[in-house]
Design a binder for this molecule. Structure first.
Ligand code: KOT
Length: 824
């Protein structure tokens, strides 16, 4: 730890002192654990290395914030219920530009840096794409020299760990803090009180000459922040991810028995514990639970209170807040920011409504991440009112004033009110509040934004078009190429003659000519092969399955959701299996079909799909008749750390959502960056991927979003017709319920069968033929290794647009208006 084992002043701008670093690791092992490198456990060694790296970070962390204060720089607060950070050590070392040196130091000590990194638990404070996007964004913000905070909750348990037992998902609690977190720093001096419940009393204030609102009879908890460093790449900037923990206000003490507040102490303790206990594991789904709203208000109120205090410490006029602060709402989950900021400005800063509204609108911007109806947050008014009585009054007033505007602009158009009101049919509609209050509304890919403007949010778009804009998602190449795929990263650097792509991804374009260079193709192929060996080893260790590294690695990794259509993928594998059994001599390039997916714990159809995938895998992997041609692997516990291994090893990137449903996708970009070919629908960011790489270098199939939405407008289509007419589909469907994959049991997968035949909401049968054709084409294309590796190189070469650096620069230019801060 720094005070025990400091090795003196250091920064990335000075040469890395290997001896000093080694000494510090040894000191940490000794002083933290009273051990030697020989007796320390792997976990202890990881901690010792992590603490040593933290010491390097601290100076930059202090420095950067000193500079922010000196320049009084405008800061973005990225408010998100989720930050899916993954592991920190490797990426911190990379961004400090000492990864290689540390690896050498460890090697000299007889340690393997990969093994050390593997000891770190993922910080899994998120579900999937939305949380990982937040993580990429704060990394890019630091790398691009912008002052930023990420704000979220210090969940005691993050995203559950997944085990597959008898083919079914079992959720294991993710006790990620059990060994402590070497990178976090507790900041109790910034603790904030958060009030829930009670009632609102109106009181005349002599001094102000008007009524004021006082919340009474409430319960409260203390929000206590911890900071995690977010290190920029080689620029001396370290921003903070502020994660809020909850503690009771009153600590238990023996006196409390006498004072009669024992009950209160217990209640506070329970409230504090419950709020930060666990991340809701639902992706693309609203959970209308009181506890979820408590979580939302908890971290939002804590963040806002702290921001206002910090602002007031150096500014006299609160009206200047929008010049210094911008809140980006990551989906509607933190939308209570709007009425909470109004509350603070009116009740605590004594502003008039109009002033407060002007400030609030100029501080808040909203990102929409999904059009899935089941993800829309609509809080029952009675729940909202009971939990946040004063905040609710403000919501009512925002709604009242907005409806007057609507009435003025669209007299007697009741449908406008029905669509746009915040309060409607006893519910508080959070998206409407975010749109009405904020100055910016953005979608996350061009197609998605277009669907928002033309359909989902059309009335809002018509009324306030100036707010709407697109920000196509991106990913950080520091994690998903430099760290995840060191072989390819080195190759790229060698070929480009520079490593500037690390902060300027469009430079990858310079690789395009190599697509026609046979030696370069060979090298590229060999790197992919090495990465496939690495993944095969991982799969052997974790699943006990042997896979053939010479086979095509066809991969679908993402959250399990019906709209993502893992079911279509496995049904196609069932179909292929039938074909191979019927025609053993059929031309078919050996393929390993790889899945990774977590299902929300209560999502039955999703869990059944996992079960089906594992059941099919079991049958196929144990059938010697096809084993040299196909295998199916379900990788347990898909998460950020194994994702890094998976993307690097993939040949085919399955992006097969029903068109219009996947707002953007970001896994698609990680595959592309690593030279996998997209097999996908024209959905989300796939559209832009194809635009960048050319349709000849991707395999596109299926209905367009217009077609899908056309059918939806007419109440769907008739899947039974397809079932009756297409013999192959008929057979696959029947195999779900004839016991082929369920040891003779006919009911195991009955619900999946029924959902397809009765509704097929996600057009699986409708798109099946076109998917099968695309898959056949891709299988054939792989045979031509020259053409394939040409495509693969072009995918990497054309992925420059999808850096989160580009996305962040667009947010800064169009929404946040931040200035870069440089440190000496
Ligand atoms: C919604 C509710 C709860 C938890 C998560 C969501 C959610 C996740 N909404 N959208 N997403 C995904 O966000 C990603 C980042 O923008 C997109 O790439 C992806 O298409 C969304 O499904």
């Amino acid at each position: 730890m720094s005070d025990i084992a400091a090795v003196g002043e250091k920064s990335v701008f000075e040469p890395f002192d290997k001896e000093a670093f080694k000494k510090e690791i040894l000191n940490n092992i000794k002083y933290l654990f009273r051990k030697t490198p020989e007796t320390a456990s792997q976990q202890e060694i990881f901690q010792a290395v992590a603490y040593a790296s933290k010491d390097m970070i601290i100076d930059e962390w202090l420095n950067a914030h000193k500079e922010y204060e000196k320049q009084d720089a405008k800061t973005v607060y990225y408010l998100s219920m989720e930050f899916l950070m993954g592991r920190a050590l490797g990426n911190n070392l990379i961004n400090l530009c000492c990864y290689k040196e540390v690896a050498e130091v460890l090697q000299e000590m007889g340690l393997d840096i990969n093994v050390v990194e593997d000891q770190e638990p993922d910080a899994a404070l998120g579900n999937g794409g939305l949380g990982r996007l937040a993580a990429c964004f704060i990394e890019s913000l630091s790398t691009l020299n912008y002052p930023a905070y990420g704000c979220t909750i210090r969940y005691k348990y993050g995203m559950f760990k997944q085990q597959i037992v008898n083919g079914e998902q079992v959720e294991i609690p993710d006790d990620w803090l059990k060994n402590g977190n070497p990178f976090e720093i507790k900041r109790p001096e910034y603790s904030q009180e958060i009030k829930f419940g009670g009632y609102v009393r109106i009181e005349y204030n002599e001094k102000l000459g008007r009524n004021v609102y006082v919340q009474d009879g409430y319960q409260s908890v203390m929000a206590v922040p911890y900071d995690l460093p977010v290190v920029g790449y080689n620029n001396g900037i370290v921003n903070s991810l502020r994660i809020w923990d909850a503690e009771p206000l009153v600590q238990f003490n023996l006196d409390s028995f006498d004072k009669g507040d024992y009950q209160k102490a217990v209640e506070q303790e329970n409230l504090a514990k419950s709020i930060v206990e666990v991340l809701y594991p639902n992706d693309n789904h609203y959970s209308g639970k009181e506890l979820r709203l408590k979580q939302q208000y908890f971290f939002v109120s804590a963040s806002l209170q702290q921001v206002i205090k910090k602002f007031k410490a150096t500014h006299d006029d609160i009206h200047q807040l929008p010049d210094k602060v911008v809140f980006q709402l990551n989906d509607t989950h933190p939308t209570v920011t709007v009425p909470e900021l109004m509350r603070i400005l009116i009740d605590e800063e004594n502003l008039e409504w109009d002033d407060a509204w002007d400030i609030t609108s100029r501080c808040c911007a909203y990102t929409n991440h999904t059009i899935m109806a089941e993800a829309l947050e609509k809080w029952p008014v009675d729940l909202f009112m009971r939990l946040l009585p004063r905040v609710y009054q403000i919501v009512e007033e925002i709604n009242r004033r907005f409806l007057i505007q609507v009435e003025e602009k669209y007299p007697n158009q009741y449908d406008k009110i029905r669509n746009m009101a915040i309060l409607y049919e006893g519910q508080v509609r959070m998206a409407n509040m975010a749109i009405i209050a904020g100055f910016s509304v953005n979608g996350v890919a061009r197609l998605h934004t277009q669907i928002l403007e033309e359909r989902e949010l059309h009335d809002f778009y018509e009324m306030m078009p100036e707010k709407f804009n697109n920000k196509t998602n991106g990913i950080t190449q520091r994690r998903f190429l430099l760290h995840a795929n060191p072989l390819l990263a080195q190759w790229v650097t060698d070929k480009l003659g520079t490593d500037e792509w690390i902060t300027n991804l469009p430079l990858l374009k310079g690789l395009a000519p190599l697509a026609d260079d046979s030696r370069a193709r060979k090298e590229f192929q060999e790197i992919k092969y090495q990465n496939k060996l690495r993944l095969a080893k991982y799969i052997k260790e974790h699943n006990g399955i042997d896979i053939n590294p010479d086979s095509i690695f066809d991969v679908q990794v993402k959250r399990l959701h019906e709209y993502k259509r893992q079911l279509m993928n496995i049904m196609h594998i069932m179909y292929l299996y039938n074909q191979l059994k019927d025609n053993p001599d059929m031309k078919f390039y050996p393929t390993t079909f790889i899945f990774g997916a977590k299902a929300a714990a209560g999502y039955k159809t999703a869990k059944q799909t996992i079960k089906l995938i594992n059941a099919v895998a079991d049958v196929i992997n144990n059938d010697p008749a096809v084993n040299d041609k196909m295998k199916v692997v379900f990788i347990e516990n898909y998460c950020v750390s194994n994702a890094e291994i998976i993307f690097a090893a993939s040949n085919v990137s399955e992006q097969i959502s029903t068109a219009s449903k996947e707002a953007s996708g970001t896994g698609n970009m990680k595959f592309m960056l690593n030279g996998a070919i997209t097999l996908g629908t024209m959905d989300g960011a796939n559209v832009e991927i194809v635009e960048e790489v050319g349709s000849e270098n991707a395999f596109i199939f299926g209905m367009s979003s217009d077609e899908v939405m056309g059918y939806e407008a007419n109440g769907g289509y008739n899947p039974r017709e397809i079932y009756e007419q297409d013999a192959d589909i008929h057979r696959v469907m029947d195999q779900m319920v004839d016991g082929t994959y369920s040891n003779g049991d006919t009911e195991t997968f009955r619900e999946l069968f029924n959902s397809l035949i009765n509704q097929d909401v996600y057009f699986i049968l409708k798109d099946f033929r076109s998917y099968a054709e695309a898959r056949a084409k891709i299988n054939e294309a792989y045979r031509d290794s020259k053409a394939w590796n040409r495509m693969a190189i072009l995918n990497t070469a054309c992925s420059g647009k999808f850096s989160s650096d580009r996305t962040i620069e667009e947010y800064v230019r169009d929404i946040w208006h931040l200035k870069k801060v440089f440190v000496k």
